[in-house]
Design a protein around this ligand. Structure first.
Ligand code: G4P
Length: 538
């Protein structure tokens, strides 16, 4: 007979196996929100369409930063959407498509085990998709591509597959294929399950039952879609077989092969196929690398890391919500855990789990789950929590910002408040702070220009401090890696480039290059020093 411990262990392993934690990435407007919503509808997590719309930073509001902040506030509730589908527990992590919040998205990608990439059939591969996919590719995150809006006229399916391969550097394998497109769009042939889904009615809003097609050459197909479409489909499927590799789950899991699905999220078409295939092939929570060792999700001791911090939108309540991904073991309520950076034990009486439309206090969470912890200033993005082991999770790097400005104190009586405010906003990851070596002046680096207004507003309203900015010409922030250089070369570099050197919040040395040319010259002059665009490097 199994002991209680063995039984618990079995249950624990089952819980891990049934979890799917992923993000949906896309260029704004490709259909991420619509797809998310349809997935929730399938899971029975919401009852009607439109429920997730709050989640979205609407395009009409891009110039109005307060509106964006307000919407971001609302989006706390939808940062993580958890629901059950068949025997699976699904956690969708929201990734803002707005490019000024790209850093948020990059960090969220450190907490996902796989992603779905949504592409608009008419627009093809767009800029934001390229950037995000590159990050996923660098980390070998398994990806599935969903080509959306097949009800509209768009690019030819094969051309689009080529574009995805070329622009995104992926190796694709179509697992479904459209029958016609736009006006002629009849439905989808599901290569994965070998069946067909057709629209019924002229409005293209209804979907008829799924029809199993064992043999693509069967006359049943002609009956279903007409001889012409049937023949085209046969030719296309033949071509697919010749040109594309066959699906291999290991290659997908290693990030070497990306399945592609076609559909229309708005019309609920091709979404179930995507979801069913996703749950069966996508990885359950993966092992994660810490600075010290690789940690497996099935290890008994709890470990996790903070990948996102969200400020309370109500200035009267200064507490924040820290989002923690459980990497291994079980996170239990009211249990003391070690905050490794502070070397201090903390206990949480009301950890939140996130469901489709609400937060809820949970007693226990498993690997792959995201918990929200109320925080009064203890956490910083990237912090590790454990049961006592001293490990530090890697993989929440800072990327070089795009904009740089000096920040000055505009109210000398409030210097303390200003520094505290800057400190906390940086912990939240709103922007990055660099302190110049030469004179200690502080420089704020951001991904979008919008963040400067957000920082100024929040410093004033949450901390009672005032600031002003001054422009500064910086092309890129490069983290300096001098491990291969001898001390003489480093010393010379530090002396000659003193004016351009700063430290980031962790105390790492950063070279603020003023142009791409000067960066190139510096690289040539100091060949043993490496300059990285991110704060984490091997
Ligand atoms: P995002 O989160 O990626 O930014 O995109 P979102 O889902 O909000 O979709 C952007 C627009 O594309 C929306 O229209 C949405 O209705 C539409 N859309 C999504 N999927 C499909 C599809 O399969 N076919 C077609 N034809 N349209 C699709 P909107 O007019 O901007 O917003 P709304 O007023 O409809 O909400």
């Amino acid at each position: 007979m199994l002991s209680l411990h063995q039984l618990r262990n079995m249950n624990f392993k089952e819980e891990i196996k049934r979890r799917r934690t992923f993000g949906i990435i896309s260029h704004p407007d490709a259909g991420k929100t619509t797809l998310t919503e349809k997935l929730l509808l399938f899971g029975g997590a919401i009852q009607e369409a439109g429920a997730v719309k709050n989640n979205k930073i609407k395009k009409t509001a891009t110039s109005d930063f307060m509106e964006i902040e307000r919407q971001r506030g609302i989006s706390v509730a939808t940062s993580v959407l958890a629901f059950e589908y068949n025997t699976y527990k699904i956690n969708i992590l929201d990734t803002p498509g707005h490019k000024d919040f790209a850093e948020d998205t990059f960090r969220t990608l450190t907490a996902v085990d796989s992603v779905i990439v949504v592409i608009d059939v008419a627009k093809g591969v767009e800029e934001q998709t390229e950037k995000l996919v590159e990050v996923c590719r660098m980390r070998n995150i398994p990806m599935i591509v969903f080509i959306n809006k097949m009800d509209r006229e768009g690019k030819d399916a094969f051309d689009l597959l080529d574009e995805v391969e070329q622009k995104l550097g992926l190796r694709v394998v179509p697992l479904s294929f459209p029958i016609g497109m736009g006006y002629d769009f009849k439905g989808i042939y599901n290569i994965w399950e070998q069946n067909i889904n057709l629209f019924s009615g002229s409005e293209k809003t209804q979907i008829s039952d799924t029809v199993k097609i064992e043999d693509i050459n069967s006359p049943d197909l002609d009956q279903l879609v007409g001889a012409k479409s049937a023949n085209t489909l046969r030719e296309e499927l033949e071509l697919i077989e010749e040109v594309y590799p066959s699906f291999d789950r290991d290659s997908y899991l290693k990030g070497d092969l990306q399945p592609v699905f076609f559909g229309s999220a708005l019309n609920n078409f091709g979404v179930r196929e995507l979801l069913d295939c996703f749950v069966s092939i996508a990885p359950s929570p993966l092992p994660k690398q810490s600075e010290e060792r690789l940690v497996d999700s099935a290890e008994e001791d709890f470990t996790g890391f903070v990948f996102k911090i969200h400020a309370n939108m109500d200035p009267n309540h200064r507490d924040r919500l820290a989002f923690v991904k459980v990497v291994s073991g079980q996170f239990k309520r009211n249990t003391p855990y070690l905050h490794v950076r502070h070397n201090k034990k903390l206990k949480f009486s009301s950890p939140n789990a996130f469901f489709a439309e609400k937060k809820q206090i949970v007693d226990v969470s498993y690997p792959g789950d995201i918990i929200g912890l109320h925080d009064t200033g203890n956490f910083k993005i990237g912090d590790t929590l454990t049961e006592g082991e001293l490990i530090h999770y890697k993989g929440v790097p800072s990327f070089s910002p795009e904009h740089f400005r000096y920040i000055n104190n505009a109210d000398p009586m409030k210097a303390k408040q200003l520094f505290k405010g800057i400190d906390q906003l940086m912990d939240e990851g709103v922007a990055q702070l660099f302190t110049l070596n030469l004179n200690g002046r502080k420089v704020i680096g951001t991904v979008g220009a919008l963040q400067y207004e957000v920082i100024q507003y929040r410093l004033e309203h949450e901390y009672g401090a005032k600031c002003s900015y001054e422009s500064l010409n910086v092309y890129k922030a490069c983290w300096v890696d001098g491990r291969k250089a001898d001390p003489k070369e480093m010393d010379e570099f530090k002396t000659v480039k003193q004016r351009f050197l700063a430290v980031d919040k962790r105390g790492q040395l950063v070279f603020l290059a003023d142009s791409s040319f000067s960066l190139q010259m510096t690289e040539q002059k100091y060949p043993n020093i490496t300059f990285h665009y991110t704060s984490e490097f091997e």
